[in-house]
Every structure is written in structure tokens, then in C-alpha cells.
Design a protein around this ligand. Structure first.
Ligand SMILES: [Zn+2]
Length: 138
């Protein structure tokens, strides 16, 4: 643990057990503003998707960039040595994310994911909301 800088550690602590993180709130607000209705954190579904749009058979994951290993953000990271310490853990999270997505798809769900860094870009967020809205209602 000594090798982990305060910044990295606080980022990790901030993402542990995060059911109502800020990125997720941003996505929920944006979906709601577009008239899209959903329920939250379906515990019965693989990976406990953050947002479930049952009428569209669609689940949404809001991935924290650090914890789920966003490639775009990792590339920008300066503290490579600190990051390397966590890479095996992050790789396991990514593998688990993919396994959960596959399970959901096999069960007939459509799966969309948005990264934390995308929630901070109005353009990316709008594009994501459009993708959700384009998913047909069953
Ligand atoms: Zn990112």
C-alpha cells in the first residue's frame, strides 16, 4: 500500500462500493431529461447494472475510468508506477465486466456502457443518450 500515492488511493476509495457516484448521477439526469425512464441497480442481473431500461430490454453500465481501466485515461496517466501496481486488479475488473456483458447478452439484454470521462463531455454524453433513445421499445 505504501507505493500508492494519496491521490490514487483516494480515487480508489471514491470508487469502492460506489452506488451513487457523480458520473452515474450525470447519466441518470441526462436520460431523465430526455424522457427516458429506468430503474436502478438491478441486483438480480449479472454485474448489477447501474441503470436498467426494462421497456427496451437495455442495461447501462457507468464505468469509473480508474477502476475499470479506461484505456483513454490510462494513456494520459503520468504516475505510471503507481498505476502499474493496480493494473492486475484493473485487468480482472475488465475481464469481469466483459463476462457480465456476455451473460446479459445471452439472456437477451442489450448492453451499453459509458465511461466516467465521457460523462464529463457534453458532446459524448449527448451521443450516449441518443444511442439509448434509439434502442427500440419492445
Ligand atoms: Zn476515461
Amino acid at each position: 500500500m505504501d507505493r500508492v500515492s494519496t491521490i490514487v488511493r483516494s480515487r480508489i476509495m471514491g470508487s469502492v462500493g460506489s452506488s451513487h457516484t457523480k458520473p452515474e448521477m450525470i447519466v441518470r439526469r441526462a436520460l431523465h431529461a430526455a424522457g427516458l425512464r429506468y430503474r436502478l441497480h438491478s441486483k438480480q442481473l449479472p454485474g448489477k447494472p447501474d441503470i436498467v431500461l426494462s421497456s427496451r430490454n437495455l442495461v447501462v453500465f457507468v464505468h469509473g475510468c480508474f477502476w475499470h481501466g479506461c484505456r483513454r485515461c490510462q494513456r494520459k496517466k503520468k504516475a505510471r508506477s503507481n498505476l502499474d501496481y493496480w493494473l492486475p486488479k484493473i485487468a480482472r475488473n475488465r475481464a469481469r465486466d466483459r463476462a457480465n456483458e456476455n451473460k446479459l447478452r445471452r439472456a437477451g439484454w442489450k448492453v451499453l456502457a459509458i465511461w466516467e470521462c465521457e460523462t464529463r463531455s457534453p458532446k459524448a454524453l449527448t451521443a450516449f443518450v441518443k444511442r439509448v433513445a434509439r434502442t427500440p421499445v419492445l
